[in-house]
Ligand binder design. Structure first.
Ligand SMILES: Cc1cc2nc3c(=O)[nH]c(=O)nc-3n(C[C@H](O)[C@H](O)[C@H](O)COP(=O)(O)O)c2cc1C
Length: 167
């Protein structure tokens, strides 16, 4: 199996490379798969979430023999996130995983920054409104939404690595 990924700001790339190293698998960016992914070769696809949609997934479904898919977003892991992910992304006969990546506002254009800003507005406002009553955890969350940060960690790959061993 080969890991194919798409990444705009580097978080998915970091996970793909970590996973490839740990599982001794080849890793290839989606744009460079020509001649590198054999016909029918099993693929694990990873891509960043954009408004619930895994970027590159449609191309990956059409082109590859997908064995599994992973979306990488900025939201913390939760049952709701996984549920939305499976509903918004059509992947026939392959499991969908989710990893928390990060948020890099300075690396995305103003329009995308605004889109994310609108999506996180109510959360930012309610955190701001709590003022001095914010917990240290909520302070961190607000700082993450405003300035960005990374949640990429090797331990997060545990579920995917366990699943890979069952193949
Ligand atoms: C336009 C846009 C839409 C996004 N939508 C979502 C989303 O629906 N859910 C989420 O968790 N993260 C969302 N994000 C955050 C990215 O998925 C997150 O920063 C991810 O880690 C980026 O991965 P990358 O560095 O590999 O590109 C969005 C980011 C942008 C720029």
């Amino acid at each position: 199996m080969i890991i194919v990924y798409r990444s705009n700001t580097g978080f998915t790339k970091a996970y793909a490379e970590m996973l490839g190293k740990a599982e001794n698998m080849k890793v290839c960016p989606l744009a460079e798969t020509q001649g590198k992914v054999g016909p029918g070769e099993p693929v694990f696809f990873m891509g960043p979430l954009m408004a619930g949609h895994i970027a590159g997934i449609d191309q990956a479904v059409k082109k590859f023999n997908l064995k599994g898919v992973c979306g990488v977003g900025m939201s913390p892991v939760s049952p709701q996130v996984l549920d939305t992910l499976s509903k918004a992304n059509y992947v026939p006969d392959a499991p969908i995983f989710y990893l928390q990546g990060g948020w890099a506002p300075k690396q995305v254009g103003w329009l995308k920054r605004r889109m994310v800003g609108m999506a996180t507005k109510s959360m930012r406002e309610s955190l701001r409104d709590r003022g001095s009553r914010r917990t240290p955890e909520e302070d961190k969350q607000l700082d993450f939404l405003l300035h960005g940060g990374s949640f990429v960690a090797f331990e997060n790959l545990e579920t995917i690595r366990k699943w890979m061993k069952t193949l």
